[in-house]
Design a protein. Structure first.
Length: 518
């Protein structure tokens, strides 16, 4: 039998201890509860199923509430995240009170300040919201909308809240979302609205400044093939349910199930997700009668170990080719090296400012991927250019600024780019319709990236380099520890998407026990 090396034995021992000592485990339960209303004067007087209970009576409301909490209380989750509860404080208060009675724990609603005028909208508005076990969890900071830039699209149904574990003090941000359903007569419209949802969400998540770990959940009303979810993947969010069960389904169309309720995690959060799955037993919609189910969606559970606290790094090396689907930094040598910032999240166009970066060992290493771009295949050897937030970049007419918008905006502007490497290693990114190209220059001594159609470059004007993301590179000097001290305990860290074990002596190993150079 082959003997294990000492580093591998240390890693295996560590993993065994981690298994025996569960750490700071937090359970999150999510579900679309299909319109749980507090108000009784909504005019809903028909229907005899739990999903369509008569809300003109307190009895009908109680039937719905008890059906939800009877089913979900068995999980005793630390946080429950709901879609489709009435946009008022009382809806979450009732659910928290009922959950407390059935579990013996103290559940509290997260205050969000949301309400609506019933006289203006008698059918009412719905929201996403949270209740939590106050003995174990506490909310940190404000409850915020992630519908940034598109306030007409579900501002109450796209919410986020940072939570702190009282046991360890570790935090993470949970975003619960409801994207546009496919309910209109024009399916193209619904798809476009979900694209708006995803762009707004990625911009809204920039508000998560209290902790880098982000968990995104909710009824996103589509499968993974749609652009809205591809935007999340391109931004570094990984779907956690399908990662564990490629055949999972949360919503059933007659006899065909599909997964339209999703759980996404960014790289540091994904390293702390120990399980994510659909619960087919609690709600009989998928396994029993659809007419006695309390919702047309099944719930899902996510288990977290918050004691795993990796540090993300993203490293990029100078590219010699442009490949569709690969992430790049756009860089130019203006006053040192400058990387192109994306258009501001509150703007639809601007001259793009530069941000100073440094290169070490041929790589530029960043703490996140928010300045990276992806070239998307546009056919005929050309590309679309897309930023971290899922916005397509385009240039139109004789304007020097960069515009951002959805896919339809780019197509309407007839804006695709050819990308050609020059003899000096720079790239000419050319709008095939206007013949304007991308360059970096100084304006009032400030680095910026703009579009021009000049025949020749002047002083302090440069075509950019492309730096390509390299997931296999482990940058020098990136560590989870203070530069003046070694860790006192074994820790985990994330480097370029790879989870590493950091030993007390500072040495680092992969989960397979292979030593990694610093």
């Amino acid at each position: 039998m082959k003997s294990f090396s000492r580093p591998l034995m240390l890693v295996l021992a560590l993993l065994q201890v981690c298994h025996m000592r569960a750490g700071d485990v937090v359970t999150v339960c999510g579900q679309n509860v299909q319109n749980f209303f507090y108000s009784l004067d909504r005019g809903r007087t028909t229907g005899n199923s739990v999903t369509k209970s008569n809300y003109n009576t307190e009895e009908g409301r109680s039937i719905k509430m008890n059906a939800i909490t009877d089913a979900l209380s068995i999980y005793e989750a630390d946080i429950y995240a709901f879609n489709e509860v009435e946009c008022c404080a009382e809806s979450l208060e009732l659910l928290a009170q009922s959950m407390s009675l059935k579990t013996g724990k103290s559940y509290q609603p997260v205050a969000d300040g949301l309400s609506y005028d019933l006289s203006v909208n008698p059918d009412g508005l719905i929201k996403s919201g949270f209740i939590y076990n106050a003995a174990k969890i506490e909310p940190v900071g404000d409850n915020l909308s992630t519908a940034v830039g598109y306030t007409h699209i579900y501002p109450a149904q796209m919410r986020m809240q940072t939570f702190r574990s009282k046991a360890s003090g570790e935090c993470f941000t949970l975003s619960m979302n409801h994207f546009k359903a496919s309910t209109s007569d024009d399916p193209t419209y619904d798809v476009a609205q979900r694209e708006y949802n995803s762009i707004a969400l990625l911009k809204g998540l920039d508000q998560a400044t209290l902790d880098p770990d982000i968990l995104v959940m909710g009824d996103l009303n589509t499968g993974m093939s749609e652009l809205s979810l591809n935007n999340l993947v391109n931004a570094g969010y990984e779907e956690q349910i399908l990662k564990r069960d490629p055949y999972a389904a949360s919503y059933w169309y007659y006899n065909d199930g599909s997964l339209i309720d999703h759980v996404f995690a960014n790289s540091t959060m994904a390293a702390q997700v120990t399980d994510a799955h659909i619960e087919y037993v609690a709600n009989p919609h998928s396994t029993g009668s659809k007419y006695t189910a309390y919702s047309d969606h099944d719930p899902y559970l996510v288990m977290l170990n918050l004691e795993a606290q990796p540090v993300p790094t993203y490293s990029y090396k100078k590219a010699t080719t442009c490949t569709a689907g690969v992430h790049y930094l756009i860089v130019a040598p203006i006053q040192g090296l400058q990387v192109a910032n994306p258009v501001g999240i509150s703007n639809s166009y601007e001259y793009q400012a530069g941000a100073a970066v440094t290169e070490a060992n041929g790589y530029i290493t960043m703490p996140d991927a928010k300045k990276a771009y992806i070239f998307e295949d546009a056919g005929n050897g050309n590309y679309y250019l897309k930023d971290y937030y899922g916005r397509y970049n385009y240039q139109k007419g004789t304007y020097y600024s960069t515009n951002v918008g959805t896919k339809s905006y780019v197509d309407e502007a007839n804006c695709t780019f050819s990308v050609t490497m020059q003899g000096d290693g720079t790239f000419k990114i050319l709008n095939t319709a206007t013949n304007y190209y991308y360059l970096a220059s100084l304006y009032n001594d400030a680095p910026q990236f703009t579009w021009r159609n000049w025949n020749n470059l002047g002083a302090n004007q440069y075509l950019p380099w492309l730096y390509q993301y390299d997931p296999d590179y482990s940058p020098t000097g990136i560590s989870t520890i203070n530069a003046n001290a070694l860790p006192t305990a074994t820790r985990k860290m994330m480097s370029n998407g790879q989870l590493l074990i950091v030993m007390p002596d500072g040495k680092r190993y992969t989960l397979q026990g292979i030593a990694v150079e610093k």
